[in-house]
Design a protein around this ligand. Structure first.
Ligand SMILES: Cc1cc2nc3c(=O)[nH]c(=O)nc-3n(C[C@H](O)[C@H](O)[C@H](O)COP(=O)(O)O)c2cc1C
Length: 183
C-alpha cells in the first residue's frame, strides 16, 4: 500500500535563498511530505522561523536539545538548501559544531537519502577544499545538485538576482527519485 506521508527534514544554511525557504516548505507540503526545518544559527536571520513553524506544525531547530528533551524525528529524506561553502566543507570533514552538522553527520551514516542544493560563488566553488568536499560527500551517496543539470555557482558579489530564482523543485524531484515518494 502507498505510504500516506513521509518525513522530510529541510536543513537551511546562511545564504541568500534561505530568505525564501518557505517556498520549499510549501512545495514539499504540497507533495505530501511532513516537513521539519533545521536551520544553522547563521540561517536564522534570513527567514521568519515562526511563520515556518506555523506552516509545518514543527519547531525550527537550530541548537542541540538539552539532555532529556524531545529529539527531531528521524526523516525519510533530507534536503540541504541552500547549502553554504562552510556547511559543505565542515560536513565532509565530519565536524559537528552546529546542530545541523550534527544531524547531517549522523544521518549520512544512517544512509538516509540526502539531496543538496549548494549556493556558492564561482570563486568559492573553484577552491580545492570545496571540490574535495563535494567529491567526498558524493562518494558517501549524497546527491549534490551542482553542475550538469544542477545549480551553477553564481558570480562573486552578484548573488542577489540568482538567489531569487533558486531551483527548489530540482531538490524535491531528486528526493522523489531517491525515495519513491513525493513525485
Ligand atoms: C547576506 C549574506 C549572504 C551570504 N551568502 C553566502 C553564499 O551565497 N554562500 C555561502 O556559502 N555563504 C554565504 N554567506 C556566508 C555564510 O553565512 C557564512 O559562511 C556562515 O558562516 C555560514 O554558516 P552555516 O554554514 O552554518 O550556515 C552569506 C552571509 C551573509 C550575511
Amino acid at each position: 500500500m502507498a505510504r500516506k506521508t513521509c518525513v522530510l527534514s529541510i536543513i537551511t544554511c546562511g545564504a541568500g535563498p534561505a530568505a525564501a525557504v518557505g517556498e520549499l516548505v510549501s512545495l514539499a507540503l504540497g507533495r505530501g511530505w511532513t516537513v521539519q526545518v533545521i536551520a544553522t544559527p547563521s540561517a536564522l536571520p534570513f527567514f521568519d522561523a515562526r511563520r515556518i513553524e506555523e506552516v509545518t506544525g514543527s519547531p525550527v531547530r537550530s541548537q542541540y536539545s538539552k539532555p532529556g528533551a524531545a529529539r527531531s524525528r528521524i526523516p525519510d529524506a533530507i534536503i540541504v538548501a541552500p547549502a553554504t561553502f562552510n556547511t559543505i566543507n565542515q560536513w565532509a570533514l565530519g565536524l559537528t559544531d552546529t546542530y545541523a552538522l550534527g544531524v547531517l553527520a549522523e544521518q549520512t551514516g544512517l544512509g538516509i537519502p540526502i539531496v543538496v542544493l549548494p549556493f556558492v560563488s564561482d570563486a568559492l566553488a573553484s577552491r580545492p577544499p570545496f571540490t574535495r568536499s563535494v567529491q567526498a560527500l558524493r562518494a558517501e551517496g549524497v546527491s549534490i545538485l551542482l553542475g550538469g543539470d544542477g545549480i551553477r555557482p553564481h558570480p562573486a558579489h552578484g548573488e542577489a538576482g540568482v538567489a531569487n530564482e533558486f531551483p527548489w523543485r530540482l531538490a524535491l524531484d531528486e528526493a522523489a527519485e531517491m525515495t519513491g515518494f513525493g513525485a
